[in-house]
Write a protein that binds this ligand. Structure first.
Ligand SMILES: C[S@@+](CC[C@H](N)C(=O)[O-])C[C@H]1O[C@@H](n2cnc3c(N)ncnc32)[C@H](O)[C@@H]1O
Length: 259
């Protein structure tokens, strides 16, 4: 099984629990919908659409458009709430089965962190018309730091994705032919009743798989207890914290100078 197949399987397994577990994802998606540009659009993509949190908002903003809900997880697409004029497309963001310069808007909430960023951005740029908009949310370096720290030294594998620094994200956008119009960043901390609830929640949103080619070894009980103890050591009055470095970006497809 390749790592990308494993990530896809992880999201498919999570599909039925996702909507209930993904409170933060819903808020992030709603904030991204607010940033959509006021413009005419004939074709709109929701890339990494999941169960369709953005569907109603995208239809409301672009009622005359044809909408494409794209996800590489069949489980997520099956759970997707369908609106009118929506084609559900099972495809990988790295190789979209869409014609070049065919879309006006690519909307993507919390998917890009699972991708090879330059490859996925180049593919988004390819399908966007000149002047089209890429509106996405993602997470940056420092996200899930508590999980990284809790697993440190216990095995040879990473337990979270290697999230990009803000400068790397901007450079990848510019290098892929985008002019950045807006970036918003925010630190958000989620609190959990205990360490096990924190780890379970990460599994329920399908996020416990990492795409660095490392196979996750099963941790023994003692090691898992140590992970939980380390997470519990960070407990605050509101519970056991988990940090997200969130970013919302609006960028325009531009054939301008990429240097
Ligand atoms: C955290 S969920 C976000 C779902 C949705 N956008 C939302 O806001 O709830 C990430 C989604 O991206 C999808 N995904 C991850 N990597 C992908 C890829 N390479 N191509 C297509 N979809 C991908 C997953 O299957 C999952 O549905």
């Amino acid at each position: 099984m390749t790592e990308r197949t494993a990530i896809r399987a992880s999201f498919s397994r999570a599909a039925t629990r996702y909507a209930a577990a993904a409170g933060l994802q819903r808020v992030v998606c709603d904030r991204l919908l607010e940033l959509l540009p006021d413009r005419a659009a004939r074709r709109v993509l929701d890339l990494g659409c999941g169960t369709g949190f953005a569907s109603t908002g995208l239809h409301a903003r672009y009622p005359g458009a044809m909408h494409y809900a794209v996800d590489f997880s069949l489980g997520m697409l099956r759970a997707h709430e369908q609106g009118g004029r929506t084609a559900r497309v099972c495809a990988d963001a790295h190789h979209l089965p869409l014609a070049s310069a065919s879309a006006d808007i690519v909307f993507s909430s919390l998917m890009l962190q699972w991708c090879d960023l330059p490859v996925a951005l180049a593919e988004c740029r390819r399908v966007l018309r000149e002047g089209g908009h890429m509106c996405f949310s993602t997470v940056l370096h420092g996200t899930l730091a508590e999980i990284d720290d809790a697993f440190a030294g216990l095995d040879a594998h990473r337990h979270t994705v290697s999230f990009p620094a803000p400068e790397a994200l901007t450079a990848a956008l510019t290098g892929s032919g985008f002019a950045v119009e807006l970036v918003r960043r925010e630190t958000h901390v989620e609190y959990f009743a205990d360490a096990r609830a924190l780890l379970q929640s990460n599994r329920d949103i399908g996020a416990s798989r990492v795409p660095d080619g490392a196979r996750r070894a099963l941790l023994g009980r003692a090691a898992l207890r140590q992970v939980c103890n380390r997470l519990e050591a960070g407990r605050e009055a509101r519970g056991v914290p988990l940090t997200y470095q969130l970013a919302w970006v609006v960028a325009r497809a531009s054939s301008g100078d990429r240097s």
